[in-house]
Design a protein around this ligand. Structure first.
Ligand code: SAJ
Length: 419
């Protein structure tokens, strides 16, 4: 039986990847580059048309070359779900801000659309990050409601992604992977599938462990960033250089303190810990405290701006500019970015929006947004570095004569202000 299943899966017709965003697109391209037939599906027609026209929908190191290789290997893009026996679902899993619980609607909708077209015995691999227990709470009931037997008519697998935006291609090949499956034989088939491009260890476990380990990984990172941020606040009170403290402490063989920053953005680290807070209220205490600390950083940056303006006798808030709108360096993703959080905080206090510039954000997202670095610098006297894009690191000279609040500690000068 196992051999047949191994054989059938590996000789599948093609993979239909559902959701062509930051995870689904690179994943579909990696499979296609490895020689597997892939059809990528997304409901967003303009996104599908852009890809079909050979135009990428976001920037990422190495993605263009991967895209060209996938195109030469015949990858196709469509808005339709395809009839096949292997699906990868990589659609958004937002959380509901009030309840801090996952909103599974996109995953459920994708699963239901797959069930409408898939072959009997199809394998549905969900890569989207879900809160622990989501398969049992939301996904299985939707399938069983249709009289479909999981483990016979369809097989469920959870293969959460670990790639980090800014280094996706390398990490897709070299990060270990987790495959959660009800049936270890199916898990082994899916493991073999991913070995087409993944050269690292692939761990097979049950679905619930796969759900929990993924959320735990991001929560671990959020807590450690919060520790660095809290350290920054403590050191500021006594005018201690927090970066020197971290540099020295990290020389200890078992200490690895991360870097303080203007806040934690992105659709992962700032979201996933809330799943634990929402599902384990009263238990996920460190998790909640860390989230609060990280979410306090944008307003902390505003306090630092205020202190600096007081100290320098600067009265005109309109001469303050934020460098960086994305959630981190060298990506174009602005989701939950610290800058957006900071501007939101100002709006709440009815303060006028600060000037903003980001080389990776070509379209207008906020008021007072610039698209030319020099124009931006002409109109500001105090530059708040919120994101450490390569551009600003390569043009430090342009900050001559400006007051600088370097929240990313990239200037390497004691003439700038820090967190
Ligand atoms: N940040 C700090 N200080 C640090 C590190 C990061 O303030 O020392 C900030 C960043 O500026 C950013 C936020 O945290 O605003 C998150 O950035 P990140 O680079 O830490 O992580 P992501 O969100 O880009 O990717 C994470 C990764 N998870 C882990 O490292 C455990 C990645 O492996 C996951 O695949 C990804 O979440 C995801 O999609 O889940």
């Amino acid at each position: 039986m196992a051999d047949n299943q191994d054989k059938e899966l590996i000789e599948m017709e093609f993979i239909n990847v559902i959701g062509l965003g930051y995870i689904g697109l690179p994943t579909s391209l990696m499979f296609a580059q490895s020689g597997i037939k892939v059809i990528g599906t997304d409901l967003n027609k303009s996104l599908v048309n852009s890809l079909a026209d050979g135009k990428l929908t976001f920037q990422e190191k190495g993605l263009e070359e991967l895209f060209q290789n996938a195109i030469s290997n015949g990858i196709e893009f469509s808005t339709d779900y395809q009839k096949t026996d292997t699906y990868i679902i990589a659609v958004p899993t937002p959380y509901i801000k009030e309840s801090k619980k996952i909103d599974p609607k996109y995953v459920i909708s994708a699963v239901k659309s797959v069930l409408d077209v898939c072959e009997p015995g199809a394998v549905i691999i969900i890569e989207s990050t879900v809160s622990p227990g989501s398969f049992d709470k939301y996904i299985r009931p939707e399938i069983e409601k249709q009289g479909i037997i999981i483990g016979k008519d369809v097989h469920l697998v959870h293969a959460p992604e670990r790639i980090i935006p800014g280094n996706m291609i390398y990490e897709l090949k070299n990060n270990s992977r987790t495959i959660g499956a009800d049936d270890p034989k199916i898990g082994n088939c899916v493991k073999k599938l991913y070995t087409h491009f993944c050269k690292a260890e692939i761990v097979i476990t049950d679905i619930r462990s796969a759900e929990m380990s993924k959320v735990v990984e991001n929560t671990y990172r959020d807590i450690n960033i919060a520790f660095a941020n809290e350290l920054a606040k403590i050191c500021r009170i006594d005018n201690i250089d927090v970066y020197e403290i971290i540099r020295i402490a990290n020389k200890h063989p078992r200490v690895n303190i991360l870097q303080p920053g203007p806040g934690v953005g992105g659709h992962c680290i700032s979201v996933d810990p809330w799943f634990l807070v929402g599902d384990y209220p009263g238990l996920a205490n460190i998790v909640l405290t860390a989230r609060k600390i990280n979410d306090s950083m944008p307003e902390y940056v505003l306090e630092r701006v205020y202190d600096i303006m007081q100290e320098r006798g600067m009265l005109d808030i309109s001469r303050v500019g934020l460098y960086g709108l994305t959630y981190k360096e060298n990506v174009d993703d602005i989701r939950e970015s610290p800058t957006l959080q900071l501007l939101e905080a100002m709006k709440k206090h009815l303060a006028p929006p600060l000037r903003v510039y980001d080389p990776f954000v070509k379209h207008d997202v906020v008021e007072n947004q610039y698209h030319d670095f020099d124009r931006f610098l002409e109109d500001v006297d105090l530059v708040v570095i919120m994101v450490s894009h390569d551009e600003i690191k390569e043009h430090m000279d342009k900050l001559e004569g400006k007051v600088v609040l370097d929240t990313k500690n990239i200037c390497g000068s004691d003439r700038v202000y820090k967190l």
